[in-house]
Design a protein around this ligand. Structure first.
Ligand SMILES: *Cc1c(COP(=O)(O)O)cnc(C)c1O
Length: 382
């Protein structure tokens, strides 16, 4: 067919040489997916069953990332979504119905609790909060309509490690599913499915991304029936994950092993140094006996990441705690930990009041970070 140059801009016969092989997953961007014939047109979301149908359900870049996370988490299938909070919302929206009851630890990531409070409640889902030291006794909090039990281990900020296998056993005995936020363990330091969890999520924004430059989340399921529920909810919620971000996450995964190892070592050294400081009442690091649930961490986890909290002894005012954080030069103040830059944020939490500060250890030299903390601790008493 003869073409004008304008048409050639769109329909080209030109092609690059074939046979290229690289170590890098290509970035397949695309909304439209081309069908071989009109008869083949389909809007099914499960690209494993029907082949590629639409960009929203994944390009080879997105689905390679999904498959790799699934492999790392030993799950059945993984769905990639635009962020960790989107992953949380997908799970609750897919698995809960009006009239259902849900259990949530008081230590859960606060936007997860907020979702229950401001949105799920409007759709007739009731939530009861339980303290993270609840194990098998979770059974006593369950009602006939309890459908979902959230766990997050260790908890956000307060870092309590939960008895996930005991909770899972009690939940399953009463017909409820268990969903885990496995972000702190980067999906690899805690084998969720081997400990009875049904569905996991993690923010790839954190250790998989690892460089503070993307937002992504994943939901991984134990079996095919959960995949059907979550896949359908993913389709109708329209949660697209950018293939460019997925490509960055695929790159991040290649170095996640060495980053996690270096960060674990550095964070432990800093945590132990802080535990010896006279200003510090308690270090909430799962690998230290001063952390609630430390024994469970020892039993169930294969390592630690780089996020932990410190609690100061009573004395400093909130202004003095803020002055400590602001005096840090290497630790920046900001959310979304697990990048190469160390971060610090002060919180006010019942039981600890204004005396708790969460640290995320990055890849700066450990000695420099300790020197920075040492210098800033002087602001506590000034
Ligand atoms: C950061 C975080 C999330 C949310 O991830 P985003 O990608 O920022 O939406 C969820 N859970 C935990 C424990 C987190 O730390």
């Amino acid at each position: 067919m003869k073409k004008t140059w304008q048409t050639k801009l769109i329909h080209s016969d030109a092609a690059a040489p074939e046979g290229y092989r690289s170590l890098v997953t290509p970035v397949y961007r695309g909304s439209t997916t081309i069908f071989p014939s009109v008869e083949a047109v389909s809007d099914e979301w499960d690209q494993y069953r029907v082949g590629y149908t639409y960009g929203l359900y994944g390009t080879p870049t997105t689905l390679e990332l999904a498959a790799r996370i699934c492999e790392l988490e030993n799950g059945k299938r993984t769905i990639v979504v635009p962020g960790g909070q989107a992953a949380i919302a997908l799970i609750s929206l897919a698995l809960l119905n009006a009239g259902n009851h849900m259990l949530m630890p008081t230590s859960a990531y606060s936007p997860n609790r907020k979702l229950a409070k401001v949105l799920l409640s409007r759709f007739g889902v009731e939530t009861t909060y339980y303290t993270p030291d609840t194990g098998a006794a979770i059974g006593e909090l369950m009602r006939p309509n309890t459908r979902l039990v959230w766990v997050e281990s260790p908890g956000s900020i307060t870092m309590e490690v939960q008895d996930v296998p005991a909770i899972a056993e009690a939940a399953h005995a009463r017909g409820a599913l268990v969903a885990l936020d496995n972000t702190w363990a980067a999906g690899v330091l805690f084998d969720a499915f081997a400990h009875g969890v049904d569905v996991t999520m993690q923010a790839l924004t954190k250790y998989a991304g690892g460089h503070s430059d993307l937002l992504l989340g994943t939901v991984t399921v134990r079996d095919e029936s959960l995949y059907e529920k979550l896949g359908l909810a993913h389709q109708v919620l329209g949660y697209n994950a950018s293939p460019d971000d997925c490509s960055l996450a695929l790159r991040g995964l290649q170095t996640m092993g060495v980053r996690l190892e270096a960060i674990e070592r550095s964070a432990l050294e800093i945590a132990r140094w802080l535990a010896d400081r006279p200003e510090v009442e308690r270090v909430l690091h799962p690998a230290l006996p001063s952390c609630p649930g430390h024994e469970l961490w020892k039993r169930d986890f294969t390592g630690a990441s780089g996020v932990f909290s410190i609690v100061f002894k009573p004395g400093p005012t909130q202004r003095q705690v803020f002055a400590f954080v602001d005096a840090l030069e290497l630790f920046e103040v900001g959310y979304s930990w697990a990048g190469v830059t160390s971060l610090a944020v002060a919180y006010t939490i019942r039981g600890y009041e204004h005396r708790i500060v969460r640290l995320s250890i990055g890849l700066e030299s450990t000695a420099d970070l300790i020197a920075d903390l040492d210098r800033a601790l002087r602001s506590l008493s000034s």
